[in-house]
Design a protein around this ligand. Structure first.
Ligand SMILES: [Zn+2]
Length: 475
C-alpha cells in the first residue's frame, strides 16, 4: 500500500501500520514530516492528494486521532518494574529515547515536561504528548509508555493534563510547604497548637514506634512532630485535594507522585514518614515520592557528596516507601548522576524512578557543535549572557569565568566543551532563552537534518544511564 505514497515523500519504514483496509505511515516531504493515510480516517485532519491518500500535519489533534486508531500510542499506567523519565524539551528526541530503552527492563515515560519547562520553552502539554506519540509511531514502537505531567502546582493544570490523556501526575506542593528557616522552637510550637489537626496528630504520632519493615524504628518527639506538621501540614491537604480531583477525572485510574525535591533542606526520615503516613490516611495511593536528597544534585553533571551517606539516606527512604506503599523512590534532576544510579538500583530493587530532561538537550547541543559550529557558538554566547538571570531558580556551582574564551577554540574542539561541567550547567539552564529565540528554530532545523545522528547519540548517552542503573539485559 505504501507504494501509493507520492515520490516526493520518503516513508519511515518502521512506522507503516495497517488499520482495517487503511495504511498509515509517517513520511517526510518537502514541507517536513507528515502522516500519510491511504484513505480518509475518522478524526484526522489533512489534505487529500490528487493521486489518492491524505497527508496530515503533526498536530495535537492528529496525534489524538492516531492514538484512537492505534491504542498502544496512548499513554498508559506504570507496570511493576522500574521506570525512567525521558524529558524532551525540543520535542524531537523520542525515537532516540525509545532506542535507549529497548532491550532494557525499564518502562519509559516518553512525555515528561514540568509546568515550569513548558513556560520556559513556550510549549504546552498537548504538544509534549503529541511529540511522544509521533516519535513512538515513527519508530514503530508498541511497547507502551507513560506521560508525566511533571511538577504540577495547581489542580487546574493537573486536570487539564488528565483530559489530554496524561497518566502520571507529579504533584508539587512547594507553594504549601512552610518556610521554616531559623524559626524559634516556641514559634513552631505555637503554630502547631493552632492547627486544627494537632490533637489528632498527637494521638497518631506520639508515644508509638513506627516499625519500618524490621529495618529500623522511628519515634516522633513532640518537637519533631510540631516541626514536621507545621512544615508539611498544608502540603498534605493540597496533595490530597489534587488526588481527589483526579479521581473524578480519571475513571481508569492514574499514577500519583509527590515531589518535595525542591525544598531548601534534605528530606529527613520523620518528614518522609509523616508525608507517607498522612497521605495513606487520606486514601492517597502514591506511585512514587521524590525526596530532596543531600549533597549537590546539580543539573546535567554528576552528583557531588558523600556516597556512603547517600546510600544510608536511600535505605531509609526505601524502607519508608516499602512500609507505607510500596511506591517508587523517585530521583529528580537525574541527568548524568552516574555515581548514584548503582546505589539507587541496589537499595531500591525495582522500586525506583529516575527523571531526566536536561541531558537530552545537551546531546542536541553536541550535535550542533559537530554539525553547525557557528550556531553552537551563538547558542553558547546567548547562554553565557543569560546565565546571571537563568541560574536563579537552580542550585549550581558553575562559574562562567572558568569556560574557555570561544574565540580561542577551533570548530573541531567545540564538542569537547560539552565534557566540561561549567559549560554543561551554563548551557543547561539557558534552554528556555535559547529555544524561545530564533536560535531555537535553527537548532530544531539542524537536528531535523541530522536526525539519525541525534537519535543515535541519545540512544548511546541515555543507554549509558540505564546501564549504570543495571537495567540493560546484559547489565
Ligand atoms: Zn523535581
Amino acid at each position: 500500500m505504501v507504494d501509493l505514497v507520492p515520490a516526493e515523500y520518503t516513508v519511515y519504514a518502521p512506522s507503516v501500520t495497517t488499520a482495517g483496509n487503511a495504511t498509515v505511515a509517517l513520511v517526510r516531504g518537502p514541507e517536513g514530516k507528515l502522516l500519510w493515510l491511504s484513505q480518509p480516517l475518522p478524526g484526522f485532519r489533512g489534505q487529500a492528494l490528487p493521486a489518492g491518500g491524505v497527508v496530515c500535519p503533526l498536530s495535537s489533534e492528529n496525534a489524538q486521532a492516531l492514538g484512537c486508531v492505534f491504542p498502544w500510542l496512548f499513554p498508559r499506567r506504570l507496570p511493576d518494574r522500574p521506570s525512567f523519565g525521558f524529558g524532551d524539551r525540543l520535542g524531537l528526541a523520542t525515537p532516540g529515547h525509545i532506542r535507549a530503552c529497548t532491550r532494557t527492563r525499564v518502562f519509559p515515560i516518553l512525555a515528561q515536561q514540568s509546568v515550569r519547562e513548558n513556560a520556559r520553552t513556550g510549549r504546552t502539554f498537548e504538544e509534549v504528548l503529541a511529540s511522544a506519540i509521533f516519535g513512538a509511531f515513527q519508530e514503530g514502537y508498541s511497547g507502551g509508555f507513560g506521560a508525566d505531567a511533571d511538577h504540577v502546582k495547581t489542580i487546574e493544570d493537573a486536570l487539564h493534563a488528565a483530559d489530554l490523556g496524561f497518566t502520571l501526575f507529579t504533584c508539587d506542593p512547594s507553594d504549601h510547604i512552610a518556610a521554616m528557616g531559623p524559626l524559634p522552637s516556641t514559634e513552631v510550637a505555637r503554630r502547631f497548637r493552632i492547627m486544627p489537626e494537632a490533637p489528632a496528630w498527637r494521638k497518631e504520632y506520639l508515644n508509638r514506634e513506627f516499625d519500618l519493615n524490621g529495618w529500623d524504628k522511628i519515634r516522633f518527639t513532640e518537637e519533631g512532630l510540631a516541626y514536621t506538621a507545621v512544615k508539611y501540614g498544608a502540603a498534605v491537604r493540597f496533595a490530597s485535594a489534587m488526588d481527589q480531583a483526579l479521581r473524578g477525572r480519571c475513571p481508569a485510574g492514574f499514577d500519583f507522585e509527590l515531589s518535595v525535591d525542591e525544598t531548601a533542606t534534605p528530606t529527613g526520615p520523620l518528614e518522609h514518614l509523616f508525608l507517607a503516613h498522612e497521605l495513606r490516611r487520606h486514601d492517597v495511593a502514591l506511585t512514587g515520592l521524590a525526596p530532596r536528597f543531600p549533597g549537590a544534585m546539580e543539573k546535567g553533571v554528576d552528583w557531588r557528596g558523600d556516597l556512603v551517606g547517600f546510600r544510608e539516606g536511600v535505605r531509609v527512604h526505601v524502607a519508608i516507601a516499602r512500609t507505607f506503599g510500596p511506591y517508587r523512590l523517585s530521583l529528580h534532576s537525574g541527568s548524568d548522576k552516574f555515581s548514584l544510579y548503582p546505589i539507587l538500583a541496589e537499595e531500591a530493587g525495582d522500586l525506583w524512578h529516575v527523571k531526566t530532561a536536561g541531558t537530552s538537550y545537551l546531546v542536541a547541543l553536541e550535535v550542533a557543535a559537530r554539525h553547525a559550529p557557528a550556531l553552537f557558538r551563538e547558542i553558547t554566547q546567548l547562554s553565557l549572557a543569560r546565565f546571571p538571570e537563568d541560574r536563579k531558580t537552580y542550585h549550581l556551582s558553575a562559574d562562567p569565568k572558568r569556560i574557555r574564551n570561544l574565540e580561542t577554540i577551533t570548530d573541531q574542539e567545540l564538542p569537547r566543551l560539552l565534557a566540561n561541567g561549567d559549560t554543561r550547567q551554563v548551557l543547561h539552564v539557558a534552554y528556555g532563552s535559547v529555544l524561545r529565540s530564533d536560535l531555537g528554530e535553527d537548532l530544531r532545523a539542524i537536528l531535523d537534518a541530522h536526525e539519525e545522528v541525534y537519535h543515535g547519540a541519545l540512544a548511546q548517552h541515555l543507554g549509558r544511564h540505564l546501564a549504570h542503573l543495571g537495567a540493560t539485559d546484559d547489565g
